[in-house]
Design a protein around this ligand. Structure first.
Ligand code: ADP
Ligand code: MG
Ligand code: MG
Length: 449
């Protein structure tokens, strides 16, 4: 029997379904696959399981390998772009006319540039996201959704999920399939990258600072990464943005000092990651898809350019090319996604909403705040979403593969550049947009087929 056949039978047997769901949830608790609740996001007094799919999703092995193989090139690309003020300024010129948020980022970037870059050690954590499209003839292809820079969400608990899924498959007698669920070891690998940077910094008293938001629903997850660092005798502190701006100060070498409760002064390296953040904007992804642009970053490596080139992204800058994009989107809105320069899911426009936005902005430069992208039609699966408070129901879902990558640059040289492993986030096809914290997507693991 396959997972698919098992699922069909399972939904006709409510008692069996409820037992299996209970088993999966308990296994999740046992494995430490935990999340704070939306009701109490700043306390771990009451916690729940992170949302996940009852079964892992089948991913074609070739597509998984492909996504993992190109990640080191994406790391290199992000790093090169983050250090290329001319490219960033030119690529974002129209966007900053139309989008305040990006304009403010660019203005900080300029300030950092003017002050002269003093940072010799850079750590990059990226995640490239893909969907798998399936054609009629059964062949599959990998389509990039976006690149996220400074992406660390999900480390920790994610390494715990394969064990939960394997257990579910074993208990349902799907032994062969249980062997196709691979373990991931992303959290130690990510910590190793941070540790490498800490080591080359060469100060025993240096600490690694986790800059956190006021609402800390992911704190339990982040604890796994912290523990990995403490186990290497690397001190970690957590501080809110507001605390750092209140209690931190930079010295002449742009090192950040933070006053700790014990009145001890510890320092961490200066944060000049603004270029990296800009490199991860949707606009940059669109510019990179234009002919000749990737070639500039990989001049002697046409095979790399070939591997990482994204397709189906269109400019909305003022001019004939942007006009063409508008016309195309208004004619066939359901074939596209309209994206502003934002992160975290829930910001994009689809279908008739695209028409509304573009009707409003089609003739003025405010349209340059967005990019347009071909809508990917991912392959769909059947699964049962498990989320606190949601009755378990057979649901048609689609997944997004994310591949984490880490790099460390020291004095102009890449001393570490790795793909850390795949994560799957799965959502019901009822939703166009994703986001685990938003309550739409669930964690999932690949069943490699
Ligand atoms: P964010 O930075 O907010 O995560 P994304 O570009 O990843 O922005 O878009 C959010 C979600 O919207 C994705 O996780 C995916 O579900 C959906 N999405 C984005 N681009 C496309 C696309 N080209 N085709 C289909 N769905 C898409
Ligand atoms: Mg993103
Ligand atoms: Mg995304």
């Amino acid at each position: 029997m396959t997972t698919k056949e098992f699922l069909q039978q399972l939904i006709t047997n409510p008692e069996q379904l409820s037992n299996l769901v209970e088993e999966a949830i308990e296994m999740a608790f046992q494995q430490g696959f935990l999340f704070r609740t939306c009701e109490t996001p700043n306390s771990s007094e009451v916690v729940t399981y992170a949302p996940f799919t009852l079964f892992p999703s089948a991913v074609p092995k070739a597509r998984l390998v492909q996504a993992l193989e190109v990640q080191t090139h994406f790391n290199t690309l992000v790093d090169k772009i983050s250090q290329d003020p001319d490219f960033l300024e030119e690529a974002l010129a129209s966007t900053i006319q139309a989008d305040d948020f990006t304009a403010r980022l660019v203005s900080i970037y300029r300030q950092v540039q003017q002050e002269g870059q003093t940072q010799s050690i850079v750590v990059g954590l990226n995640r490239s996201d893909y969907m798998v499209e399936q054609s009629m003839d059964g062949t599959s292809s990998l389509k990039q959704v976006e690149i996220n820079t400074i992406a660390a969400a999900g480390f920790g608990v994610l390494d715990r999920l394969p064990e939960v899924h394997r257990h579910i498959l074993r208990t349902t007698g799907l032994l062969k399939e249980s062997e196709c669920v691979q373990d991931t070891n992303m959290t130690p690998a990510m910590a190793a990258a941070l540790a490498k940077a800490w080591e080359v910094y060469g100060q025993k008293k240096a600490v690694i600072l986790f800059l956190v938001e006021d609402v800390q629903i992911s704190q339990l997850t982040q604890r796994y990464s912290e523990i990995e660092l403490w186990n290497r005798n690397i001190p970690v502190i957590r501080r809110k943005f507001e605390e750092v701006s209140r209690r931190g100060s930079l010295d002449g070498d742009k090192r950040l000092f933070i006053f700790l409760n014990q009145k001890m002064r510890l320092f961490i390296t200066q944060n000049s990651y603004i270029g990296t953040q800009l490199a991860g904007t949707k606009k940059i992804q669109q510019v990179l898809a234009s002919p000749g642009v990737l070639e500039k970053f990989f001049p002697d490596q046409p095979q790399v350019v070939e591997q990482i080139r994204a397709t189906g992204l269109y400019t909305l800058d003022m001019g004939p090319e942007g006009d063409q994009t508008v016309a195309m989107a208004l004619t066939n809105p359901h074939k596209f996604v309209l994206k502003p320069q934002r992160e975290g899911g829930g910001n994009n426009y689809y279908g008739e909403d695209i028409v509304q936005v573009l009707q409003k902005f089609k003739n003025d430069q405010r349209r340059a705040a967005y990019i347009l992208m071909d809508k990917i039609q991912p392959r769909t699966e059947q699964n049962i979403p498990l989320r606190k408070g949601l009755p378990p129901r057979l649901t048609t879902v689609s997944y997004e593969i994310g591949v984490f990558g880490a790099y460390v640059r020291y004095e102009g040289e890449m001393i570490l550049n790795e793909a850390l492993g795949p994560v799957l986030r799965t959502k019901s096809i009822e939703h166009d947009d994703a986001g685990v914290v938003r309550g739409v997507a669930m964690f999932d693991s690949p069943l490699v087929v």
